[in-house]
Design a protein around this ligand. Sequence first.
Ligand code: SF4
Length: 409
Amino acid sequence: MATLSLKRKLEILSDAAKYDASCASSGGTKRDSRGGKGVGSVEGGMGICHAYAPDGRCISLLKILLTNFCVYDCAYCVNRVSSNVTRARFSVEEVCDLTLGFYKRNYIEGLFLSSGIIRSPDYTMEELVRVAKTLREVHDFRGYIHLKVIPEAAPALVNEAALYADRVSINIELPRDDSLNRLAPEKDVAGIKKAMGAVRLGVEAGAEKGRKARAPKFAPAGQSTQLIVGADAAPDGEILKRSESLYGAYSLRRVYYSAFSPIPDSTARLPLQRPPLVREHRLYQADWLMRSYGFERAEIVAEGEDLELEIDPKLAWALKNRAAFPLDLNTADREQMLRVPGLGVRSVDRMLEVRRIKALTLEDVRRLTRGLEKLKPFIVTADWTPGGLTDRADLRERLAPPPQQMRLF
Ligand code: SF4
């Protein structure tokens, strides 16, 4: 095989990593290198200038695979063993040098590292751990590290990964277990769940120890996972039900949704077209409603149904539950206010502060939110009541964005 330059490897292995959505740097512990100690920092505002994902995600992390060689044959993956892509592999030292070099040039805040399975799950996990260990112990790197865990690897290796990484993630990949069995025959759903359960226990034990003594932190930013949307027939309600149970069972920080991308030479068992990107966006919005707005999944969408694509899930819920509106913003509690379409957590908290001093007017609401039109049918203020607007038959049409011409090609 021809020797590839480092630049060419970077092109191949950053492009190969773009399909993994499960990275975000929220929730890490604060480390810095003030006083001349160490290299790097996880403090905000540092080094955000280089994106490797075309959709804009993870722009502050160097997001790469250690290698896109893989001995598995997951039908939905461009790196599967039967795929005809150009292969490349970094050495541990190359990944460390790139991370440190980009960090020092202020291109990145940290590293997101995943890998195809080379030789065996244990060998691959050892290599990933070696990268994180070298960065931390040899270079005293204090930036953010997110490692992908190979669920079939030995538990001791997974534990070691979590001691060096801020976050670890194990991809559950497909919303339905039988789809995973069918499309990724070497993967084992039970093994994935077992590994996620072990990480959960480690994170909880690490947090407990950390309170009592200066113990090494175990994945302080917790764990996350990714669900591929549109590779199987699971509707949004089923996908969100899966997320709901994953949040409950494994204390996940985040479930990421990644719209399935058709890949070259793929099997007839996969769809030919990717789902509309707005579907991924609606799933993220619904996920936020479950995590931060007090909604139950069943309130947002029934298990066998899809989310509406034209309007966001909170507006869809409000239109179906008009009896709950209009809501008097001067007397409602926080939980009720969070259910008003167009009101976010920050806006609600600021309104509650203002309310201590004076009665909220429409002008206050305009100042504290991004737009009044969507809100007006659902709220009452000191100087505004919507009258019959809330119950108008054409309210949905008035609030939905105008239809767009579909693309023909
Ligand atoms: S194990 Fe990962 S890299 Fe390998 S084929 Fe499956 S999804 Fe792709």
